[in-house]
Design a protein around this ligand. Structure first.
Ligand code: IMP
Length: 184
């Protein structure tokens, strides 16, 4: 049975992604001063990126993993910037080195909200790692410490990114033509 999606052209291939993830893991590891790093993935989109990223980190770094899940109020096209925590991390981050891992930044509302919440808990350091940066629609400036790729303002799916919950499992990142996404 077909999913009804035509995924459009490949914007970033699986090979390009893996090469970039290697480089990001190296940079993150060498930029971490402490011996321990808490990597916080934002569900659900960052799961695949995070799982590849942490497996490239060296044994010497004590990597711990946790997840947050948030819901953003707004419509499918535009986030309202009002965010609710659906699942919080399970440990106290005071005094810890923390890395937020997110799939994509668009307006910046989601990430800036998360940074505010986590900064208030007084970590030793709080850095951000984002696979894709769609900077054209940025409304709030956010410091991205580690960025995978800058992309134009197109809707993308695959490698964790979804359209209505589907297409996260694709190995490449595709630009999705809105018309192609209509059930067929
Ligand atoms: P922001 O709050 O506008 O920066 O939006 C970030 C969130 O919007 C991401 O975590 C994604 O869930 C979603 N998003 C933005 N652009 C895309 C896209 O092209 N494909 C899939 N999800 C997207």
């Amino acid at each position: 049975m077909e999913s009804g999606y035509k995924t459009g052209k490949v914007l970033i291939s699986a090979r390009e992604i893996q090469n970039r993830v290697d480089a990001l893991a190296d940079k993150i590891a060498s930029g971490t001063r402490g011996r321990e790093l808490l990597v916080v993935g934002i569900l659900n989109g960052a799961v695949i990126f995070l799982s590849d990223l942490v497996r490239r980190m060296p044994l010497e770094l004590d990597v711990k993993i946790d997840f947050m899940s948030i819901s953003s109020y707004g419509n499918a096209v535009k986030s309202s910037g009002v965010v609710r925590i659906l699942k919080d991390i399970g440990s106290d981050i005071a005094g810890k080195d923390v890395l937020i891992v997110e799939d994509i930044i668009d307006t910046g509302l989601t990430l800036s909200y998360l940074l505010n919440i986590l900064n208030a808990r007084r970590p030793a350091s709080l850095r951000t790692c984002v696979l894709l940066d769609k900077s054209e629609k940025r409304e709030i400036p956010v410091t991205i410490d580690y960025c995978g790729f800058s992309i134009p303002d197109v809707f993308v799916v695959g490698y964790g990114l979804d359209c209505g919950g589907s297409l996260r499992h694709l190995s490449d990142i595709h630009a999705l033509d809105a018309i192609d996404a209509i059930d067929g």
